[in-house]
Design a protein around this ligand. Structure first.
Ligand code: CMC
Length: 428
């Protein structure tokens, strides 16, 4: 095995070099503290591998994203979200009969316990959809106590994975209905996964909702593009929470909370709000570019930049094209799309963005599609969670199967050293 040498004082230590299947290199420092007394410091884990994984490969320099070896471009063009979910969770593309079986098992579980409706009653109609989703997901664990057993057999784990895939679309659609004060729609299991979701979202007891095939296609694409992204903030959270042997519902609910932030999944909502703001302000692109560059101004160009991608985000390329296609097919002209394209053009020729290698990310154009489909802005981030669910489940399962230890980083303490307690009477 290849080794790296670490010189500390007069002593030289050997560190193993781990090489990934795509040639990435890592120094194995797992025994470093035992051997040397030192830890490594990497705030924000910018250079720290938290695991070895077989699920998703990203090359940020080349703009490559692959699930289990398959390029995202091919999956987005030819597969469905459930096919991709199967691939992520079980490791291989399903045969036709495996896919039918998988879809059938999901269809059997799309209903939600009627008592869950009472949870919805308790939220104000202005509640943020991410808050509702996280709370209700965590509460689902109480309806499936078998999920609490950290040593449950594989079939129990698998059943709960299927349950989550089945129930999340119903929950999201019910969040929408609650928000609008409309009656909850029950699943129609003769429909495909995405069609059923659209039926529960936009259908009414008074009429049948027939989704436009362009909308079904676009939504499948968006879900696939969001399905996994290796050890990002929310996925690392799911693995971290799961590493304490917390149940799968609690782990996924934690992932929803992590995704909510505007630097992560919450960026898609922020992008549309930003584009609307720029439009309302008269569409002066340069003014907002200058604000994004100004270090004394907290404004950032939302939907721009990525921790890993430094040349382009392959998901953004596909989504930009899909946005044009869907809007054309639906005969929609969204002035915000024009602003987005102009903003991208100006930013990509500005030295600030070029030097920092900041490009549109997955969130830059996705909101435009969601909007065209009829999904309200405050629900964009739950749509991200909907897609990312498959990845969270796959990553949680991988972590559990590998028997990974509880996540417990260390720190470098820089607070006060030992001092004596001063009674309050003497503190003045
Ligand atoms: N607008 C203006 N400046 C930016 C931006 C931006 N969107 N993103 C990064 N920068 C600057 C940043 O100020 C810093 O400049 P300097 O070196 O002069 O201090 C430099 O670029 C590096 O940025 P960073 O914040 O250190 O990079 P990071 O890897 O820690 O952050 C990021 C990555 C995605 C959080 C960040 O680019 C950002 O805040 N983007 C906007 C939010 C966003 O779109 N998030 C969605 C990410 S993709 C979906 C997902 O997977 O979650």
């Amino acid at each position: 095995m290849e080794k790296a040498l670490l010189h500390l004082g007069d002593t030289t230590y050997e560190l193993d070099i781990i090489t990934g299947s795509e040639g990435e290199k890592a120094l194995d420092i797992s025994k470093l503290r035992d051997k040397t007394g030192y830890i490594t410091l990497d705030i924000g884990y910018k250079n720290t591998g938290s695991t070895v994984s077989r699920i998703t490969f990203i090359d940020g320099e080349q703009g490559i994203l692959r699930y289990r070896g398959y390029p995202i471009e091919q999956l987005a063009e030819f597969s469905t979200y459930l096919e991709v979910a199967y691939l992520l969770i079980y490791g291989e593309l399903p045969t036709r009969s495996q896919l039918e079986n998988f879809e059938g098992r999901i269809k059997e579980r799309t209903l939600i316990h009627e008592d869950i409706k009472k949870f919805f009653d308790g939220f104000p109609s202005s509640a943020h959809p991410m808050g509702i989703l996280a709370s209700v997901l965590c509460s689902l664990s109480s309806f499936y106590p078998e999920s609490l057993d950290p040593y449950a057999p594989d079939e129990v784990i698998d059943r709960n994975i299927i349950r989550l895939l089945a129930k999340v679309p119903t929950l999201i659609a019910w969040i929408y209905k609650k928000r609008n004060g409309h009656p909850y729609m029950y699943p129609r299991n003769e429909r495909s996964y995405v069609e059923n979701f659209l039926h529960m979202m936009f259908g009414m007891p008074t009429y049948d909702y027939e989704p436009d095939p362009h909308v079904v296609d676009a939504l499948n694409k968006l879900l696939i593009l969001h399905a996994d992204h290796e050890q990002n903030c929310s996925t690392s959270t799911v693995r971290t929470v799961g590493s304490s042997l917390a149940n799968i519902y609690a782990s996924v609910a934690a992932g929803v909370c992590a995704l909510w932030g505007p630097l992560h999944g919450g960026a898609n909502q922020e992008v549309i709000e930003m584009l609307e703001m720029i439009r309302a302000d008269g569409g002066n692109i340069q003014k907002w570019i200058d604000k994004a560059k100004d270090k004394n101004d907290p404004f950032r160009l939302m939907g721009f930049g990525h921790r890993v991608y430094k040349n382009f985000d392959p998901r953004a390329k596909i989504i930009k094209q899909a946005a044009d296609q869907v809007l054309n097919a639906l005969g929609i002209h969204d002035p915000v799309l024009d602003i987005a394209k102009k903003l991208e053009e100006v930013a990509l020729s500005d030295p600030y963005f070029i030097e920092r290698r900041l490009y549109p990310n997955v969130d830059f154009y996705s909101g435009i599609i969601y909007r065209a489909i009829g999904i309200p802005v405050d629900m964009f981030t739950v749509m991200f969670a909907f897609g990312r669910l498959a990845g969270w489940l796959a990553q949680w399962l991988e972590m559990r199967k590998a028997g990974e230890p509880i996540v417990r980083p260390r720190q470098v303490y820089v607070g006060p050293t030992l001092r004596e307690y001063v009674p309050i009477a003497k503190r003045g």
